[in-house]
Design a protein around this ligand. Structure first.
Ligand code: ADP
Ligand code: ASP
Ligand code: MG
Length: 816
């Protein structure tokens, strides 16, 4: 036997009724079936409005018109699809029910019946009508149907609108009345009867609870709750699009999720299933083949301390009572609990402060005024005699709960939750210490609860997809990077990735905004809000505990900033940089940074250190991971020198071509660094170190292009003037090479054993570097796996856009 429950969302129109009847039919092929139905969507809300109107003495004529329309549409349209559907008969039945309710309301002043029982009758008519319609649909499919009357069969006590089922008594009723096999059992959800056979209801969403009771009473092996979502999510998917479907849950977790507000399940649903070890599956009526969420007993060793979901309850009333005469504490608390119990008031949580002898009660689903009147009336004596003091009765309190197996005992998880709350900017909150080990609840009166939950949820479940970026250096590359962030805004959004720019700095000033700097007018904001630059302050900001995934992008060539990398990483901040200084520092420093990065599990990425956006480092690393070994390497590693020597071939002088390269942004800030060979040597060192050679910069043999006299010139103008003097030498060198059908190339070379040279050589057509010019870089890698034909990487190795793109790709790598 299986019990299936279809919620209002699954029965909102004729098509859905027909679709549900098909699902039921298909189920009967495998098992006997019992079905619980809810009212069509919106109907119970309308009925609830009618009750509110009664309380305010207002007419509900319009609501009755709307209800008639809903039912009429459903019945009428079903007839369009099923011509044998007894439209008129059903319509008369429905109109009769509505008519009777209208009569009850008209006569309400004269009735002796407790008003709550009348409300229960009113609010439950939708379920009765659903059963009438479905019964006819299934009869048309040739099924025999047994309809259980829940008033006579499901016995419940307590508040007539939030009754609790007496399972034992109910089970006895089923023993008396076992339905025939080959019969589909139908029962209206939400409805039960008390011991006097009066109709009571099980609280909003109570059909889930009805289904669980029916499943227990019929010994079903599964209770399926069919609704409008694929199952239980990490939060209400209406709150966050990032909510994740939970494939399975333990009974305990499901109980807590529903108790603390996951509306997909009525809070009392799971306990009876748990006690009887009946599997519960939440399924989507619109996607019956999806697996849904399975709630069942889980082996202890399968239960991980893991956050499963976040829920909330609002409209909670908080009552704080201080007991002034401590010796009376016991008697008084008993009395207060009794007052609530007798008034059938549901207490969600209680809290006791030993220090102040204050009891706090959190009450659900009640009106503020009722609680106030009740307490001041029943406790009047105690208040007058100064035995107790009612400190506060506050409405609109919210309870946010985070649920997961045993999370209360996991400090790491608690910390994580606290950071997430802090991140949501919720200032006013209070953690409540309740007995459950599987949930943490916080009390707040914050406004905008949905937004806060979304932030907390996304922080807890999607932290991998956010980077909080602090960009240092807004020259060519830095600015190009900001432009790329802006340009790729929608792409990133589509991929569910957020690059939040929290800080922008140049060597003098910085602008920090942890809420995110807008990119369309960042320059204006930067200049209006800048403060003096200080790397320590940036680290302080970036290490704020509530940031997810801070990263500092160093787009400078500064030694000073690279000297702070150890501190940056130690503070658990990732680094992405085209700055080569740290990687060409002493071997010990080089190792130290990597050690720290591994220790704190943060990334230090520098793909753009060599040949801008070309994937050099990643390619080498992947080869070595796969067991490859470098045999030798030869490459044009400088965009500027590639350009300059290309031009030389065309007969342009070295001075002219250097000026042209500078104009195109290919050179280092000081073009002398390119021509001195030091920049190539740095890149070569980085590659050699990647290949495992523990070399220092001084180990690289640099054969400079320029004579020694040039090394001390720092003034750019003088440099270019001096350069003119050697124009001729270079043109001649180039001509000589041409004669031998060769070209000049300034290369970095690694030989076996890690011998590294930077030198000017002549290459012929057979060399892959022969055609590499115009700012292109090319790297030929001979390895165990790549020989005799080398692996060649070729493309622009300098330029703002390609470098920025390389940084962009490193940022994505942090998230991968
Ligand atoms: P039904 O009419 O089928 O009983 P409900 O509206 O009562 O449907 O419950 C389904 C709704 O519960 C979903 O549409 C969803 O918005 C809401 N919900 C709240 N919390 C969760 C959650 N954690 N997972 C899935 N749905 C949730
Ligand atoms: N129809 C009732 C409600 O809307 C019961 C249910 O749907 O479970 O609350
Ligand atoms: Mg529901």
């Amino acid at each position: 036997m299986q019990t299936l429950k279809f919620g209002g969302t699954s029965l909102s129109n004729a098509k859905k009724f027909l679709h549900v009847s098909e699902i039921i039919k298909n189920k009967t092929k495998d098992t006997s079936v019992s079905v619980v139905l809810s009212a069509p969507a919106k109907v119970t809300n309308y009925l609830s409005e009618i009750i509110e109107n009664i309380q305010c003495n207002q007419s509900s004529e319009n609501i009755f018109i709307s209800l008639k329309k809903i039912f009429n549409n459903i019945i009428y349209e079903i007839q369009n699809f099923q011509i044998h559907f007894p439209y008129q008969k059903i319509l008369n039945k429905v109109n009769n029910i509505l008519q009777k309710i209208q009569e009850i309301i008209q006569d309400i002043q004269n009735t002796q019946e407790d008003i709550n029982y009348i409300y229960a009758k009113i609010i439950s008519i939708g379920e009765r009508i659903s059963i009438i319609i479905m019964k006819e649909l299934l009869i048309l499919k040739n099924f025999s149907i047994f309809v259980i009357d829940p008033i006579k069969t499901i016995i419940a006590t307590g508040n007539p609108l939030h009754a609790t089922v007496e399972l034992q008594e109910t089970q006895n009723n089923f023993k008396k009345n076992i339905p025939l096999k080959k019969t589909i059992i139908l029962m209206a959800g939400f409805i039960a009867g008390n011991q006097k056979n009066q109709l009571v209801t099980l609280g909003r969403n109570g059909s889930d609870y009805s289904a669980a009771i029916l499943a227990v009473c019929l010994n079903a092996h599964t209770c399926e709750i069919w609704t409008d979502v694929d199952g239980v999510y990490t939060t209400d998917p209406k709150i966050s699009k990032k909510a994740k479907l939970l494939k399975s849950l333990s009974y305990e977790e499901a109980i807590e999720l529903s108790y603390f507000g996951a509306k997909v399940l009525h809070p009392k649903t799971i306990l009876p299933l748990f006690k009887n070890n009946i599997k519960c599956v939440i399924k989507n009526t619109s996607a019956p083949n999806n697996e849904g969420t399975i709630i069942e007993k889980q082996q202890k060793n399968h239960l991980k301390n893991k956050i499963k979901g976040i829920t909330y309850l609002d409209k909670i009333i908080m009552v704080q009572i201080k007991i002034l005469k401590t010796y009376e504490s016991h008697v008084i608390t008993k009395k207060i609990f009794l007052i609530f119990f007798e008034s059938k008031i549901q207490i969600l949580l209680t809290q006791y402060s030993h220090l102040q002898n204050i009891y706090t009660f959190y009450i659900i689903g009640e009106k503020y005024q009722k609680i106030q009147e009740l307490l001041y009336h029943t406790l009047k004596n105690k208040i007058d005699n100064k035995i107790i003091e009612i400190i506060k009765i506050e409405k609109n309190i919210k309870v946010i709960s985070v649920i997961g197996n045993n999370i209360k005992n996991d400090n790491k998880i608690i910390k994580k939750i606290m950071y997430a709350i802090q991140y949501s900017n919720m200032n006013n909150f209070n953690i409540i210490n309740h007995i459950s080990q599987n949930s943490i609840s916080i009390i707040t009166n914050t406004k905008n609860i949905i937004k806060k939950i979304k932030i907390i949820h996304d922080r807890l479940f999607n932290k991998k997809n956010i980077l909080e970026i602090f960009l240092i250096g807004i020259g060519g590359v830095g600015s190009a990077l900001i432009q790329q962030f802006s340009k790729q805004k929608f792409w990133l959004k589509n991929k569910n990735i957020k690059f939040k720019i929290c800080g922008i700095a140049n060597s003098k000033n910085m602008f920090i905004n942890l809420h995110g700097i807008r990119l369309d007018d960042w320059r204006k904001n930067f200049y209006q809000n800048q403060k003096p630059f200080c790397i320590k302050t940036i680290i302080q900001y970036a290490k704020k505990k509530y940031l997810y995934n801070p990263v500092i992008i160093d787009c400078t060539a500064s030694q000073k900033i690279s000297d702070s990398y150890d501190k940056i990483l130690s503070n658990k901040i990732h680094i992405v940089t085209p700055n080569k200084k740290a990687n060409t520092n002493h071997w010990n420093e080089y190792k130290k940074i990597r050690k720290i990065a591994i220790k704190v599990n943060k990334k230090f990425l520098y793909e753009t250190n060599v040949s801008a956006g070309l994937p050099v480092i990643t390619t080498l690393r992947n080869l070595f991971y796969a067991g490859d070994k470098l045999i030798s390497f030869q490459g044009i590693l400088s965009g500027s020198l590639s350009y300059i020597f290309g031009k030389l071939e065309e007969g342009v002088s070295i001075t002219e071509s250097t000026k042209m390269a500078q104009k195109l942004g290919f050179t280092e800030p000081n073009p002398k660094d390119d021509l001195s060979g030091i920049d190539v040597a740095r890149k070569l060192l980085i590659i050699a170190r990647e290949a495992g050679y523990p070399l220092e910069l001084k180990d690289i043999d640099i054969q400079p292009i320029l004579p020694k006299e040039f090394f001390d010139i720092n003034d750019e103008k003088i440099f270019f003037k001096e350069l003119q003097k050697i124009n001729k030498i270079f043109l001649e060198k180039s001509k000589k090479a041409k004669k031998n059908k060769k070209v000049l190339r300034y290369i970095g070379n690694i030989q076996s054993g890690g011998i590294c040279q930077v030198k000017l050589i002549e290459v012929d057509k057979t060399n892959p570097l022969y055609n590499v010019k115009n700012g292109e870089n090319a790297l030929t890698i001979y390895s165990n796996y790549y020989q005799p034909i080398p692996l060649v990487l070729r493309g622009y190795g300098a330029g703002n856009n390609v470098t920025a793109a390389g940084i962009f790709s490193d940022l994505l790598q942090i998230l991968s």
